[in-house]
Design a protein around this ligand. Structure first.
Ligand code: GUN
Ligand code: FE
Length: 465
C-alpha cells in the first residue's frame, strides 16, 4: 500500500494516555479517538461507554471500523527516536570497555563501510526498521552511511513500511576516518549529499513520511571547508541538519585541537552556519553555559541519548539544567553507542541517569519524573524533528501515530506468554503506566499505527471490527 493511500475511518476505543504538559499525563479510561480516511484525528471523546451512541451522533461514522484493546491496556502516542544509526544495528550491545574515539575505529567504521554492499544493507535496514517499529517508534531520525545507494534504500524501506523518518547520508571527509571509509573530497561530499536529498524528495515529494537530513558526522570527521560547504547546502536546500556535539571529553579536546581558532565545540558549528532551528544536536553532555546559550539563541534542538552516554562512558548529560534553560529536547537510542533500539528503554535510562546525578549532588531536583521522560519521548521528540503540530499527542487535527499497549494476560494465554508485566485488574491508570514504563517491553506493544496506517502488529492484535 502506498503511504498516501486512504484508509478506513476507524474509532479507537478504550483507555488512552498522552502528555498534557512536561509534568502531567492525561489518562483517560473510557476514550474514543476517531481517525479519518487520511489518518487525521477527527474527534476525541473522553467519556464514552457506548460505541453505538457515538456512531449515531454522527451518521458519517456509521460504517467506521472499531479497534478495541484486548484486555488491560491503553493507546499511547508513537515514540520519536531523535537520534540513531541504522547501519550500526548489527553492533548493538558490542562496545566492551571502549570510549567514543576508539569505539568508532574498532566497531563503527568497519561495520558502516560494509554498506557499499547493497544486499547486505537491505538485509540490515529491513531488519532494523521492523525492529524499531516493533518497539513503537513511529518517527526516527536516522544516520545512514556515506554510501548514496544504501542511504536511498533506507529511505525506501521507511516509506514502504510507513515509518516517518529523516534519513541522512553521512558526510565525513577528514582523515579521522580510515581511508577505506571516508568521502573522497569536499566536492564529492556535497555532491553525494545533494544526490541523496534529491532522491529522497523524489520518492516522497510532500515529505509526509520520509525527508532528507544533512548529516555531518561530527566536527572531527569534517574539514572546515567541508563544514562550510555543507552549511551552504543545508541553507540552499532548507533541510534539517543532524550531528553530534560534546559527547565525550577527549572528543571536546580533539575539536579544540582541530579548530584552534574556535571558541568552543558549539562555536565550530555556529561559525559554519550549522546551528539552525532545524538542527538536531546529539548528546550535549559537556557543554558550557555559554555554548548552551548559543544553542538556545539559534533555536537548535537536543537529542538526549542516556543509554549510549552510559555504555561508552561519555558522561551524564545535565538534563534538568537543559530543561530549566528552555531547550527543546527529545530522546535518542543512538544505536549502537546505545545498546537498545527501544525508546521505552531510553525513557528508563534517562530516569536512571537523572537519579544517579541526583545521588551525586544530593538533591532531588535532578530527578526526572516518569511523566517528564515520557514527554521527552513523544511531544519533546516531535518538537525536535519539527512535527509538534502533527504528532506526539491525541488532539483533533493531529495525525494518528500511536501504539496499543497491552499489559497482563489476553484471553486464555498464560502470564509469561502474555508479556513481562502482570496486572491484576485493580490498578488505576497511573499505576498501569508506571508498570509499563519500568517493567514493560516490546511484548506489550501489540500494534502500531502511523497516520492511521497499521505498521506493526503482534499475534495479540485482533484487528479492526
Ligand atoms: N560521534 C561521531 N560518530 C558517532 C557515532 O556513530 N555514534 C556516536 N555515539 N557518536 C559519534
Ligand atoms: Fe550517534
Amino acid at each position: 500500500m502506498a503511504a498516501s493511500a486512504s484508509i478506513w475511518k476507524t474509532i479507537y476505543l478504550g483507555s488512552f494516555v498522552h502528555s498534557q504538559t512536561l509534568t502531567e499525563l492525561e489518562i483517560c479510561r473510557q476514550g474514543a479517538i476517531g481517525v479519518d480516511e487520511n489518518g487525521v484525528i477527527d474527534f476525541v471523546e473522553k467519556n464514552i461507554s457506548n460505541i453505538s451512541e457515538l456512531k449515531s451522533k454522527d451518521s458519517s461514522w456509521q460504517d467506521a471500523k472499531t479497534v478495541k484493546i484486548p484486555g488491560n491496556g491503553f493507546f499511547f502516542p508513537g515514540f520519536i527516536d531523535t537520534h540513531t544509526h541504522a547501519p550500526q544495528h548489527p553492533n548493538t550491545g558490542l562496545f566492551g570497555k571502549t570510549t567514543l574515539l576508539d569505539w568508532l575505529q574498532t566497531y563503527t567504521f568497519p561495520m558502516e563501510s560494509s554498506f557499499k554492499d547493497l544486499d547486505r544493507a537491505d538485509r540490515i535496514y529491513q531488519n532494523f526498521v521492523a525492529r524499531t517499529l516493533s518497539h513503537g517508534t513511529t518517527t526516527c531520525a536516522y544516520y545512514a552511511t556515506i554510501h548514496v545507494p544504501a542511504t536511498n534504500l533506507l529511505a525506501n524501506i521507511c516509506l514502504k513500511r510507513g515509518q516517518r523518518a529523516l534519513v541522512g547520508r553521512v558526510c565525513m571527509n577528514s582523515d579521522l576516518s580510515p581511508e577505506y571509509y571516508r568521502d573522497e573530497s569536499v566536492e564529492s561530499s556535497v555532491r553525494d549529499s545533494k544526490t541523496s536529498i534529491d532522491y529522497i524528495r523524489s520518492i516522497d515529494p510532500a515529505g509526509d513520511i520520509v525527508k532528507p537530513i544533512i548529516t555531518p558526522r561530527f566536527a572531527p570527521s569534517c574539514t572546515a571547508e567541508c563544514l562550510t560547504a555543507i552549511g551552504q547546502l543545508a541553507a540552499q536546500e532548507d533541510t534539517f541538519i543532524q550531528t553530534h556535539i560534546s559527547e565525550n571529553k577527549n572528543e571536546v579536546a580533539l575539536v579544540q585541537e582541530l579548530f584552534p581558532t574556535s571558541k568552543s565545540y558549539t562555536d565550530v558549528y555556529d561559525t559554519h552556519s550549522l546551528l539552525t532551528p532545524k538542527t538536531i544536536l546529539a548528546h550535549a553532555v559537556h557543554l558550557s553555559p555559554e555554548e548552551r546559550r548559543t544553542i538556545l539563541e539559534r533555536g537548535s534542538k537536543i537529542s538526549h541519548c542516556p543509554a549510549s552516554n552510559t555504555a561508552i562512558t561519555s558522561g551524564c548529560s545535565p538534563i534538568r539544567t537543559l530543561i530549566n534553560e528552555g531547550h527543546t529536547i527529545g530522546l535518542g537510542t543512538d544505536i549502537s553507542g546505545g545498546f537498545h533500539p527501544s525508546i521505552l528503554d531510553n525513557v528508563r535510562q534517562a530516569i536512571w541517569v537523572s537519579r544517579h546525578l541526583s545521588i551525586q549532588i544530593q538533591s532531588d531536583a535532578a530527578k526526572l519524573s516518569t511523566e517528564e521522560a515520557l514527554y521527552l519521548a513523544t511531544r519533546g521528540g516531535a518538537a525536535v524533528v519539527g512535527l509538534e503540530d502533527k504528532v506526539g499527542g491525541f488532539e483533533v487535527g493531529k495525525e494518528f501515530d500511536a501504539q496499543m499497549i497491552v499489559l497482563g494476560e489476553v484471553g486464555d494465554e498464560g502470564g509469561i506468554e502474555a508479556g513481562p508485566v502482570d496486572v491484576f485488574g485493580w490498578e488505576n491508570g497511573q499505576e498501569m503506566v508506571e508498570k509499563w514504563v519500568y517493567a514493560g517491553d516490546d511484548r506489550n506493544t501489540v500494534a502500531v499505527w502511523v497516520r492511521g496506517r497499521l505498521v506493526h502488529a503482534t499475534r495479540k492484535f485482533k484487528g479492526a471490527e
